[in-house]
Design a protein around this ligand. Structure first.
Ligand code: G1P
Length: 298
């Protein structure tokens, strides 16, 4: 049985240029779906999967993220004085045990693979670790990473979350070449990052959840620029297969939102808004009204 996964890396160094001007002064991971920042969704998912140590790979201008996971004594005192226990409870999700969270800087934007590699000294030689990309928000009954850690306990190796995407969008992803399809799990024969449409091995795409081992970090040690001139995590995992080790794709159950794009972010806002009992009635009424007005105008 594979070792338990208790450590996770969150690459959060990106500039978030797609959301300028908002991201001029706030990290994109702090942008909120309803009332929780994107990073909170990723942390909640990691916690549900048993993650105890959180490594953030950050960059300049991300201090709001560090503050978010710190105690806020003035705010907490004021809420306590006012007897706002419900709000104090809400804040608990943002608290981290002392030493549970570490921040590493990625000094140059050299790609996702490089960002993960920056965390290498915080991961022991035989320790598996998860990587979560907070842009990918996944709504699921059983959180996606938990589904994966359960599957990983049987398979070991490396595992990436996978999802069929429309063929015309496949070139925006890391894509899997499948050698064995056993339903939820697929055995991966090859991986390629953002290939040209004619080179796509399939439309089964990598989604931002990974369970990796130290060998991937060793592969990253030697890595040069791949697709888009960046050091790609996909390439380092693909090398695992070339070196004769197992890589699995896991078709998770759940709905994934691409919160790295404006359209995806808006879709997630609507979906998460509608899933909130306190907002459901008012919000769905508004959406229905909007739809009827639009239909009438057509
Ligand atoms: C990253 C990965 C890519 C993956 C995608 C999922 O790309 O490099 O393999 O398919 O996340 O969201 P990015 O979207 O950061 O360009």
């Amino acid at each position: 049985m594979a070792r338990k996964v208790t450590k996770a890396v969150f690459p959060v160094a990106g500039l978030g240029t797609r959301f300028l001007p908002a991201t001029k002064s706030i990290p994109k991971e702090i942008m909120t779906l309803v009332d929780r920042p994107l990073i909170q969704y990723a942390i909640d998912e990691a916690r549900a999967a048993g993650i105890k140590e959180f490594i953030f790979v950050t960059s300049r201008g991300k201090s709001a993220l560090e503050d978010y996971f710190d105690h806020a004594p003035e705010l907490e005192t004021s809420l306590r004085k006012k007897g706002k226990d419900d709000l104090l409870e809400v804040l608990k999700d943002t608290n981290m045990d002392s030493g549970a969270i570490a921040y590493i800087r990625q000094h140059k934007a050299l790609g996702l693979g490089h960002a993960v590699w920056c965390a290498r000294r915080l991961i022991s030689p035989n320790e598996p670790f998860a990587v979560l990309l907070p842009d990918d928000v996944i709504a699921a009954e059983t959180p996606c990473l938990q589904q994966m850690t359960e599957a990983y306990e049987e398979t070991g190796g490396c595992m990436v979350a996978a999802m069929e995407v429309p063929p015309e969008k496949a070139s925006a992803y890391g894509l899997l070449k499948v050698s064995q399809d056993i339903g939820q799990k697929v055995k991966v024969a090859g991986m390629v990052e953002k290939p040209k449409p004619e080179d796509a091995p399939s439309n089964l795409a990598v989604i931002g959840r990974y369970i990796l081992n130290n060998k991937v970090l060793q592969n990253l040690n030697k890595m040069k620029g791949g697709a888009g001139g960046e050091i790609q995590l996909t390439d380092a995992i693909a090398q695992e297969i070339e070196q004769g080790r197992d890589v699995w794709g896991y078709r998770f159950r759940g709905q994934r939102f691409d919160c790295g794009s404006k359209a995806g972010f808006l879709q997630a806002t609507v979906a998460f808004g509608l899933s909130r009992p306190e907002l459901q009635e008012e919000f769905s009424e508004y959406l229905n009204e909007l739809i009827s007005v639009q239909r009438a105008a057509q």
